[in-house]
Design a protein around this ligand. Sequence first.
Ligand code: HEM
Length: 344
Amino acid sequence: IDTRFRSAGSYRAPYHMENSDAAILRFPFPFPEDHYMYSMNIEPHVKAGAVDSLRRTFDVDEHYVVECREKARILSEDPGRCIVLPHMRAAEWDFVELAMGSLSEDYPDLFHLSRDGTRWRWINRPLNIDQHFVFGDAGTLPYAPFEFMARQMQGDFTLQDQRDNDLWMDGGMVTSQADWSLKFDLGMSFGQWHAPVPKAGEMGIFDRGLRFLLMLQHGRPVRRLNWTMTVNPRLDTSPENFTIWGRDRAGVTGDNARDLVHLRVELQALFRLPRSNAILFAVRCYLLPLRDIALVHKWRIRLHRVLRDLDPALSAYKGLDLYRAHAVHYLARFDNNEPTSKGI
Ligand code: HEM
């Protein structure tokens, strides 16, 4: 294994996950202001941004190998975490091309793609994969094309078909989600899968978001950050496994909040796919315990204010009610009430 990757770590009990100083500094802290409310926070997904994690099409970091291993384990326990409906075959190949093309371009020392017409060769050095296959011929790959590639990437991916002026979640691989389920959402429309979210509908965010995405152009991806909190460094906070992780939220105390409570940030990128006209939704999850957030002056002050003043409907929806007060109490010691400058 390349020394840049951690070889050990555990995203399930007994938990063991650490971030290097470099990983902490590239954390996509999601709050440009001291107060948080839903907004149309969509920007072009260009290879630029305040932190390094925003500067690649698909971010690969020190947790890559361990995360791919955890994903494989979840899929072996529950193969239903990856489902693609039959009419999404063209989108699967679109995804393979986008993923292999951008990973090999962004990380030439880790990934390599060579093409000779439809005869392709994919090399993934960190995961020790060297695969010859025929582009468009699923029989030449060990898994279906979307599954083959999504297993080699951190984060979750869903494929949205576009019909009748709406988007339909007609496929995906979802193993590191904040309490929603692909099995449940499969086949739903944009409005249907967003139905549990409070406030944003009334604010017009979903209407505008959908209209925007229906016009999304190939080659002009966009991104947004979303966030929640997770107790323990657990990627798989799925409804399927709620009985395993749900009760952890009651175990947070004033003393352990700094280690147990994690800020969970999702870097969501959206791509129009060229052959299928489908939309790829990519969700990359970053977890940082409060003790690491507290290393950065502006972050610890800002997170304190955001959590302290969070709208009760958002706190309930994000599942924070059982322990938010402990997190606020821990962070309060760092907040001297000084004003903060805008931006991240
Ligand atoms: C939440 C999927 C685009 C805003 C969610 C949830 C899912 C989801 C599965 C969780 C709902 C639940 O609780 O069951 C998607 C997909 C998208 C997309 C597949 C694109 C194809 C957008 C866009 C916006 C948006 C464009 C805003 C401009 C939100 C918000 C939440 C949410 C505000 C609540 C998040 C929270 O408070 O943690 N989305 N979404 N989504 N989505 Fe989306």
